[in-house]
Design a protein around this ligand. Structure first.
Ligand code: SGN
Ligand code: CA
Length: 531
């Protein structure tokens, strides 16, 4: 079936016509949409969320969006990893429905992308930055995207009209993405409303800061999360068998920028070293010099200290956090720059601004970095919406929302009804500040990317406002992994850190069977197959 046929089959012609932009006057002034999505940005590192880490490294510009709009305290993803999360965003579907369950190929390109419907209804559409889907962007008038994950320094980009060719651009990627976003806005057709997706690479691994921030936060000692020394007792084997710990997985050279250890590592017997040279090679001589001047003295001090055991682990945590937060500082600056541009152009009243991430991230909780698990830090994601016409400044929302809701919500901003096949729900009913009585009371999650980097086992699960049930499953396909078929149940009210697995424990039979029934219902209704 052709793309157009699919769309006209699903969308009633009436809804398209009533919102089209012809010579007839539109019913309302259609708002512009700026959707900013970072890559791996934890809610713990946005000061509007109030976490202790973020208090030491505030994000004033992102906070401004929260202060002037709505901050979602219970926003989640459906599959905590980039490519599937981006498929959720574009299609409003669960991973198994869009076909994009893991990295690499997957997405069913006959599925409707919300951008196609916006474009058809008269919006001017653009995406700039990380795309990370195995198809070209569809439904966009303009795009300028990174290759795969992209690079922090002098990254190649490809534009809609440069075909498949990626061309190296000079500069720091967070700044470049904002430059290109502003260029798009400057050159847009001012007769049409616009929807601009600004997709940052930052703060994705390996957390390479902008030259001017290479020493930022150096003197700060960031607090360790309560679960930093988690021993994973009471849990299924998955929490233990992962390969995403700061202690074992995080590399000294690639992740922690101690390039000096490449040849003279005192740790090379136990530690994975990694490589940084290929990233230095991308830099200009001036950039290389700035890096050397910033990192060499502190690396030397570290090497001379000859840290071991827990002292070494805590040093790794501090270096990781500092580099990650330095990348966030640039993101926050560039969000501010974009806001300033919109203000200068008189666009703030009629432009909806969304800020989110493709998933959450571990800032040392459970001893980890990375994401993937259904535990809160990676299942949750930041979400802020500034929409002066409908949302009162400083509103907090506690309703359960998920990234499958984004496509229907963006369509509703434009006055377009979501196609019936989209699984998510528009968030508009929450904008008044009260949760409607019929709002969802649970969410379904499913992670499939195993065997794969970081060795996180496949699992699905369900979360209500208070409880979470997770089921890990599948054959052990990586070294040391056993076959697994194991459940975890958490009471998030009494155990927000998810340390105490209640599954199978006496006294919890009722809640166990209720949660199991709920999970079975999701699997049945959503036709989740075997993986
Ligand atoms: C890369 C990273 C991983 C990360 C995945 C997925 N390794 O493979 O640490 O989990 O991306 O990230 S790296 O050596 O290339 O840095 S995602 O955000 O795209 O899902
Ligand atoms: Ca990501």
């Amino acid at each position: 079936m052709s793309k157009l046929k699919t769309i006209s089959y699903v969308i009633l012609p009436a809804s398209l016509f009533s919102y089209s932009y012809g010579s007839e006057k539109p019913k309302t002034k259609h708002p512009n949409i700026v959707y900013i999505m970072t890559d791996d940005h934890s809610f713990q590192t946005i000061s509007a969320y109030g976490h202790p880490i973020s208090k030491l490294a505030p994000t004033p510009n992102i906070d401004r969006l929260a202060n002037e709009g709505m901050i979602f305290q219970q926003a989640f993803v459906e599959n905590s990893i980039s490519t599937p999360s981006r498929a959720c965003l574009m299609t409003g579907l669960y991973s198994h429905q869009s076909g994009q369950i893991r990295f690499g190929p997957g997405i069913d390109t006959t599925k409707i992308f919300f951008s196609e419907l916006l474009q058809q209804s008269g919006y001017q559409t653009a995406i700039i930055g990380k795309w990370h889907l195995p198809c070209d962007p569809k439904g966009f008038d303009y795009y300028k995207i990174l290759q795969g994950q992209g690079q922090y320094y002098n990254s190649p980009f490809k534009e809609k009209d440069t075909g498949d060719k990626y061309i190296r651009e000079e500069g720091y990627t967070t700044t470049l993405i904002t430059d290109y976003s502003i260029n798009f806005l400057n050159n847009r057709d001012k007769e049409k409303p616009f929807c601009l997706l600004v997709h940052h690479k930052a703060p994705h691994r390996n957390w390479m800061p902008e030259p001017k921030y290479l020493n930022l936060y150096e003197e700060i000692d960031f607090p360790l999360p309560e679960t930093f020394y988690d021993d994973y007792s009471t849990r299924c084997s998955a929490a233990k068998s992962q390969d995403m710990s700061i202690s074992k997985t995080m590399t000294f050279v690639y992740d922690l920028k101690v390039a000096e250890l490449k040849d003279i590592s005192p740790y090379d017997k136990e530690a994975n070293i990694g490589d940084l040279q290929w990233l230095f090679d991308r830099m200009s001589p001036e950039e290389q010099e700035m890096w050397y001047n910033a990192y060499h003295p502190k690396n030397k001090k570290f090497i001379d200290q000859k840290l071991t055991g827990d002292d070494l682990l805590r040093w790794k945590y501090q270096r990781y956090l500092k580099d990650y937060l330095r990348c966030i500082k640039s993101v926050d600056d560039q969000v501010g720059r974009l806001i300033e541009y919109l203000e200068k152009e008189g666009l703030m009243d009629n432009t909806i601004i969304v800020y989110t991430s493709d998933q959450g991230f571990y800032m040392g909780e459970h001893g980890w970095f990375d994401k993937r698990f259904m535990y809160e830090e990676s299942f949750r994601t930041p979400l802020i919406i500034r929409y002066p016409e409908k949302i009162k400044a400083g509103t907090k929302c506690d309703a359960l929302v998920q990234n499958i809701d984004y496509a229907p919500t963006i369509l509703s901003f434009a006055g377009i009804d979501k196609p019936i096949e989209m699984a998510g729900t528009p968030l508009e009913p929450l904008f008044g500040g009260k949760k409607p009585g019929n709002w969802r009371t649970s969410l379904y999650y499913h992670y499939y990317d195993y065997p794969a980097v970081h060795s996180v086992r496949r699992h699905d699960g369900v979360r209500t406002e208070r409880y979470k049930l997770i089921h890990f499953y599948g054959e052990g396909e990586m070294a040391g992994d056993e076959d697994i078929n194991c459940n975890e149940l958490y009471d998030l009210q009494n155990d927000p850190n998810e340390l105490n697995n209640l599954y199978g424990k006496e006294g919890f039979e009722k809640i166990m069977s209720e949660m199991q029934a709920l999970l079975d219902k999701y699997r049945k209704n959503l036709k989740v197959g075997e993986y």
